[in-house]
Design a protein around this ligand. Sequence first.
Ligand SMILES: *Cc1c(COP(=O)(O)O)cnc(C)c1O
Length: 465
Amino acid sequence: MSSLRNIPAIDELLALSAVQSYLEIYKREFIVDLLRQATATLRQELLSLEQEKEKEEISHWILNQVEDLLRSTTSGSLTRVINASGVVLHTNLGRAPLGNRALGYMHTMACRYNNLEFDLDSGERGSRYTHVEELLIRLTGAEAALVVNNNAAAVLLGLTTLAQGREVIVSRGQLIEIGGAFRIPEVMKASGAKLVEVGTTNRTYLADYEAAINETTALLFSAHTSNYKIVGFSAEVELKEMVNLGQAKGIPVMQDLGSGILTDLGDWGLRDEPTVQESIKTGADIITFSGDKLLGGPQAGIIVGHKKYIDSMKKNQLTRALRVDKLTIAALEGTLLEYLCGNPQEGIPVIQMLTMSSDQLLNKAEELRDKLAKKLMGSTQISKMELVQLEDMVGGGAYPSYHIPGYGIQIAFREKALETVARELRLMNPAVLTRRQEDSLLISVRTLLAGESDELVELLTQVLK
Ligand SMILES: *Cc1c(COP(=O)(O)O)cnc(C)c1O
């Protein structure tokens, strides 16, 4: 109890040389706040303590506490992560890392003025939606395009604009949930459209759609079941059949493609995912997809399709709330240009990682193994370290049933528990996210970006010290 007397006053603490050095960097009010917070915490602790504490000990404790608070407040919460998981589009790790052209554009537009909403030719007000539209039209073959904040927003905008207060027909096999609480039935409700479910979970036929059509039907909706697959006794109606039915009845077809790839990856074993161009050719009236999944760009929701539908979406008040900023437009423009240049395999990290050859991956794994061996040769901590074949994943809710063959390093430890090593690696800066296989740590090399093999070797060495 009596220790409370020994808590120094804030003014006394402010006079300490350690605190003075903080005051040279940070605002006085901020440091005073931290001192108050530390003092209040300490007061609680002292209340429950039997023996008396000296003033010096108390000051020391407060200073330590302030240092911790300062570190956690100022180091930033968003932390760089080295992705050694082999999951290329990891939604929890920010999905697609951007390519250089996208970065360059972003950098310029971020720190300079630009023509975001200015028509340089006429000298009058322009529209932010014109910037990537031309590129998207050329790349996908659609009549018109619109970019919003993300694909969830794109679906919401499409449904609200075209089907508010009316019916939308969806197969029961496509009432999907994507990570992060995106559920087709919920989005439908939020849009004000009425969901009409047809068919069953595993089988839906064209006749089911046909029977559900009435004068209040606004859309036939198709959701790409991107993150799971029904195998066995199942049937879904092909997009082409839906389009034919829609055209016969005068009802547009909207397709939520999810990932939305622009380049065929069949040569790398990634089949079954329709490209956006194919869906347009098949006749879908409105297609939505993400900017930061297989496209490999920034977070964005891309809508392509018939001009009359896109025009009405542009006029919807909601579009203002879902609009993208200049940085997104710049990054998207930089990304799309790589496709126009026929260069996605080099210019877009996601595509580059997915199209690495077996030889490239093996080389990368051998180099990493050699570096690790050189650095950790004498370590008593490691009981086993070997180059292994493993299975990587596309992630981001695409190609759910595909495991793509890759290479990596498997490491087992002697003294430290595997979970301890994995956690310590996660708490480094940059953080390292690995995989585990039974009792060993797995490092996949596919998702290690430039320079990260060396960093990883350093970080693992520190953890094992
Ligand atoms: C990922 C996905 C979404 C959500 O896209 P975001 O860009 O994350 O908002 C919607 N529908 C499908 C089919 C998806 O795969």
